[in-house]
Design a protein around this ligand. Structure first.
Ligand code: URA
Length: 217
């Protein structure tokens, strides 16, 4: 960090605050009441949604959570058992692994936003159906619009296919990135896959680091 006349310059301070916000979860630095109220309004719509059959079997809709001003937004597939019971994304085993992977690249979970392609748990953790994805993704799109992240990072094949608008295996899509308007889109393996294939965690870390380098944090 550069010193000017023994004191920090305004740019130094700004850069430090950007760094702190992105890595340490200093969410209070950029809190936006308008975003919060828009997200709350959207969450109410999601909680009331009954478009799919799986709305009947859910304990809770899992809207998503995190910093509404996040630069990075992670998109998973859909709630599992623990998420359905708690109403929060990525709180089960895959979520714990995701937290570890984020820490390993210096990201605090509280500094990012985490949502899913679908908001209700498919019974038995089956894959989301096409109609469920079609019904639910307008909510996700609205969430993305409100949060307006710099990086959208898909976790696993359903999120990757949706974000890249391409039906390509995750093994081929991972680590790639494209730009849609101002937003960088990238993806890697789903943490549940990494639980079964721990050696692929290194690839996930590489993919995430590469995507972060593409954005101006
Ligand atoms: N898997 C997902 O895709 N999302 C969650 O929230 C939890 C597990």
């Amino acid at each position: 960090m550069r010193l000017q006349n023994d004191s920090l310059s305004f740019d130094d301070l700004l850069n430090f605050m950007k760094y702190a916000r992105s890595t340490m979860g200093f969410c209070w630095m950029k809190s936006n009441p308008d975003k919060n109220s828009r997200l709350t309004g959207l969450k109410e719509k999601v909680y009331a949604c009954a478009l799919c059959e799986i709305a009947k079997t859910r304990h809770n809709s899992v809207f998503g959570e995190g910093n509404p001003d996040a630069d990075i937004m992670f998109i998973g597939e859909g709630p599992g058992e623990q998420e359905d019971l708690s109403g929060r994304p990525f709180v089960g085993r895959a979520g714990k692994l995701l937290n570890k992977l984020l820490s390993s690249v210096g990201i605090k979970r509280e500094s990012v936003y985490i949502a899913n392609i679908i908001k209700c748990r498919p019974p038995g953790n089956r894959n989301p159906s096409e109609s469920e994805i079609t019904n639910c993704t307008p909510y996700l799109n609205r969430q993305i619009e409100i949060i307006s992240p710099k990086l959208l990072f898909g976790l696993g094949k359903f999120a990757a296919s949706y974000l890249f608008e391409a039906d390509i295996p995750i093994g081929k899509l991972r680590g790639r990135y494209i730009k849609k308007g101002e937003v960088v889109i990238s993806c890697s393996y789903h943490p549940a896959y990494l639980l079964r294939n721990p050696s692929a965690s290194e690839l996930f870390i590489d993919d995430l680091k590469k995507a972060i380098r593409c954005i101006d944090l």
